[in-house]
Design a protein around this ligand. Structure first.
Ligand code: FES
Length: 179
């Protein structure tokens, strides 16, 4: 609700159909009755949500121009097979663990499509280390966050792959580079 009205307004002014009357309602995920109530109010023309036509067109926040300053890039697979292994809730739980270990602001967490080792899901790739991990449950995720990210150590039993560039030139791995 912060940025979507501006994006829709931008679409209206750039080749979208400006004749369509767009109004944003409440998130039905937070209230099962919300969609029905919103549809009824829209049909009765007694809306409380502002029409998109009154919103300034913009594609995002002004600050969305530069990458965040991060140390760890976590690529978390949410592809279809990892999803069956619980990847959707895994991402949420991982962010909780990052906050609890006070490393959330050092991480850029990106949800990806399938990155191939589906049978090991849920999987996560950590860069610039080039290490890939299988984190099957909360205990494993917590140990990964506390040991690898917060502690600067290793969790070899959770790691199942090292990227070719790091295998070929270990000095590219910050874990192996003398500080
Ligand atoms: S679906 Fe996650 S690795 Fe394929």
């Amino acid at each position: 609700m912060t940025w979507l009205p501006g994006v829709l307004a931008d679409w209206r002014t750039r080749g979208g159909n400006s004749e369509i009357d767009l109004v944003l309602g409440p998130d039905p995920a937070t209230d099962p009755e919300a969609l029905t109530a919103f549809a009824a109010s829209a049909l009765a023309a007694d809306r409380t949500a502002p029409p998109i036509a009154e919103v300034k067109p913009q594609l995002g926040k002004p600050g969305w121009s530069d990458p965040p300053d991060f140390e760890f890039h976590l690529l978390v697979c949410t592809g279809p097979r990892c999803a069956i292994h619980g990847a959707a809730s895994f991402t949420h739980m991982l962010k909780e663990e990052l906050k609890a270990a006070a490393v959330f602001d050092r991480c850029l967490t990106t949800r990806t499509g399938c990155i191939y080792p589906c049978n090991r899901g849920p999987v996560l790739a950590l860069y610039p280390h080039g290490h890939w991990y299988r984190l099957p449950n909360r205990a494993a995720a917590r140990r990964f966050v506390q040991t690898v990210l917060a502690g600067g150590g290793t969790a070899d039993d959770l790691r199942f792959h090292t990227a070719r560039a790091v295998r070929r030139d270990p000095s590219t791995n910050p874990e192996m580079t003398p500080q």
